[in-house]
Design a protein around this ligand. Structure first.
Ligand code: Z5A
Length: 214
């Protein structure tokens, strides 16, 4: 009986700097997983459609939107807390979530501005912890040549460079992080990511791994 052996979905997060391929890859991953009869959905942070998301979107796109660093940091976190029930519900139904950015972006972008790492990490405590974080590692030359360099607040090379360093720190210290070379072709990056995700889904099923929390 399939339902009695159905395991929970995996919580997979994709992290990386601007234009490393997060949006395009997360869309394609959900499509490929569904084609393999693995139920999967995409989620993205910030979710600009919610009430906190409206303020975040305004802050990112309008330099005149004055919010203290602490206030905007907590709004980004609140934007994730708004989704906790939906995350748990989907995973319990056996749906794998492929999430474009999560807590690590929240901590990395704020500490890149000079905020305290420990302070920035505290409001994430209690959120579901990803089973797997795929870090799309792109070199600065390739990043510059990709289309879509925007004018939003954090789209400056100084911030992007600091964020990259902080992501490398996570990749070294966190056991759920896997680094993928994002300089490769779109299809090669896709198949590398898919391999890691399928491996993770199998592990959860084989060992009945419970969801963890920060
Ligand atoms: N932020 C924060 O401060 N705190 C938080 O808690 C969170 C976020 C969650 C908005 O994020 C800002 O919010 C962000 C961090 C901050 N600031 N910055 N930077 P966002 O996720 O909404 O926006 P974004 O990071 O700027 O995403 P993006 O520009 O959409 O980039 P992407 O999703 O990584 O890239 P893409 O759109 O998939 O790909 C870019 C282009 O490259 C596109 O034309 C692709 O077709 C092409 N591409 C993709 N892969 C390849 C390969 N392999 N080869 C060649 N070309 C490729």
């Amino acid at each position: 009986d399939k339902t009695s052996i159905m395991s929970r979905g995996a919580l997979v997060v994709v992290e990386g700097v601007d234009r490393c391929g997060k949006t395009s890859q997360t869309l394609k991953l959900v499509e490929s997983l569904n084609k393999r009869n693995i139920p999967a959905e995409r989620m993205a942070f910030p979710d600009r459609t919610t009430w906190t998301g409206h303020v975040i979107s305004k802050y990112l796109s309008d330099k005149d939107c004055k919010l203290s660093d602490e206030a905007i940091h907590l709004l980004f976190t609140a934007n994730r807390w708004e989704k906790v029930e939906k995350i748990k519900e989907s995973l319990n139904k056996g749906v794998t979530l492929v999430v474009d950015r999560y807590s690590y972006s929240g901590i990395a972008f704020s500490t890149a501005k000079g905020m305290n790492f420990h302070w920035c990490s505290q409001p994430e405590i209690g959120l579901p912890k990803p089973d797997l974080v795929v870090f799309l590692n792109i070199n600065p030359e390739n990043q510059k040549n990709r289309p879509g360099f925007g004018t939003e607040r954090y789209e400056t090379s100084t911030i992007q460079k600091k964020v990259t360093e902080i992501f490398h720190g996570f990749a070294k210290s966190e056991d759920n992080w896997q680094v993928i070379d994002a300089n490769q072709s779109f299809d090669k990056v896709h198949s590398d990511m898919l391999y890691k995700i399928e491996e993770q889904i199998k592990n959860i099923a084989n060992y009945n791994t419970p969801l963890q929390y920060f």
